[in-house]
Design a protein around this ligand. Structure first.
Ligand code: T5A
Length: 218
C-alpha cells in the first residue's frame, strides 16, 4: 500500500528504552498491513553516517559544539539521500532517533542553547519534520539497566563497553529525560508518549494503536 506523500515516524527516548526492538516490531506490522517501510536510524543511516557514528559514539572525546555539528552532518546526508526519496515514493519511514534526540542530548544533556540547536536542526533537515514522534517513556535507571543487560554476556562481564552516552553520569540521563518530557508537552500533536514498561509485545500494541489511528487520518 502506498501513501500519497509518505509517512515519517520517529522513535525517541533515552538509552535502552526499546526503540530498536519496537522499530522492528512496528515495521513487521506495517509490512503485514501492506505498507512499504524504510527502517533507518541516526546516527548511522548512510555510509557517511556509519563513519560519523563510530566517531561520535566510540571515538575520542568531542567538544559539545563539534558534536552537534557532526550529528547535523549525519542528518543532512540522511535526509537528502534516504528519507526524502523514501517519502517521495510513498513509503512509511520509521527512524530510530531524529531531531528531538539532538534537543534532548545536546541541549538538555550537554547544555547547548536550544534555539541554536533548533536552527542547526532546520538547516540539516531543510525543515523536514516527522509527522509522528513516538516518545518511549521509561525512567532512565530502567533504560540503562536494559542497555547494560544487552552489552553483558550471560557469563557476566560486559562483552562491549557501553558507548559514550551510556557511560555518562545518571544526572545527564535525568536531564535528558526531563528534556523529552518538556518536548512532548510543547508539541502534543506530533509527539505521543508511549509507556515503555511491560513486555515488548505490550509496548508494540500501544504503539500500533497510535500508528493505526494516524494512518486512518490519511
Ligand atoms: N544521539 C543521537 C545524540 O546525542 N544526539 C543526536 O542527535 C542523536 C541522533 C545513539 C546515541 O547517539 C546519541 C543518543 C545515543 O546515545 P543508539 O545505540 O542508536 O545510540 O541509541 P540507544 O538509545 O543507545 O540505543 P539502544 O540500542 O541502547 O536502546 P534502544 O534501541 O532504545 O533499546 P533496544 O531495543 O536495543 O533494547 C535494549 C535492551 O532491552 C531489551 C532488548 O532486548 C535489549 O536487550 N528490551 C526489553 N527488555 C524488557 N522489556 C522490554 N519491553 C524491552 N524492550 C527491549
Amino acid at each position: 500500500m502506498q501513501l500519497r506523500s509518505g509517512l515519517f515516524i520517529t522513535l525517541e527516548g533515552g538509552e535502552g528504552v526499546g526503540k530498536t526492538t519496537q522499530q522492528a516490531l512496528l515495521a513487521g506490522r506495517l509490512q503485514k498491513e501492506g505498507y512499504t517501510c524504510l527502517c533507518t536510524r541516526e546516527p548511522g543511516g548512510t555510509v557517511l553516517g556509519q563513519k560519523l557514528r563510530a566517531l561520535l559514539l566510540h571515538g575520542d572525546p568531542i567538544e559539545p559544539l563539534a558534536e552537534l555539528l557532526l550529528y547535523a552532518a549525519d542528518r543532512a546526508e540522511h535526509v537528502q539521500t534516504r528519507i526524502h526519496p523514501a517519502l517521495a515514493a510513498g513509503q512509511v519511514v520509521v527512524c530510530d532517533r531524529f531531531t528531538d534526540s539532538t534537543l534532548a542530548y545536546q541541549g538538555y544533556g550537554r547544555g547547548l542553547d536550544l534555539n541554536l540547536i533548533r536552527q542547526v536542526n532546520q538547516l540539516a533537515t531543510g525543515n523536514l519534520q516527522p509527522h509522528l514522534t513516538l516518545w518511549l517513556d521509561l525512567p532512565p535507571q530502567l533504560g540503562l539497566k536494559r542497555a547494560c543487560s544487552r552489552t553483558t554476556s550471560p557469563a557476566g562481564p560486559a562483552s562491549l563497553p557501553g558507548d559514550r552516552m551510556e557511560q555518562a553520569h545518571l544526572s545527564f540521563h535525568q536531564r535528558l529525560y526531563q528534556g523529552f518530557q518538556e518536548l512532548a508537552a510543547a508539541e502534543p500533536q506530533r509527539i505521543v508518549r508511549i509507556d515503555a514498561q511491560g513486555s515488548p509485545q505490550e509496548v508494540a500494541e500501544r504503539i500500533w494503536a497510535v500508528v493505526k489511528s494516524r494512518l486512518a487520518q490519511g
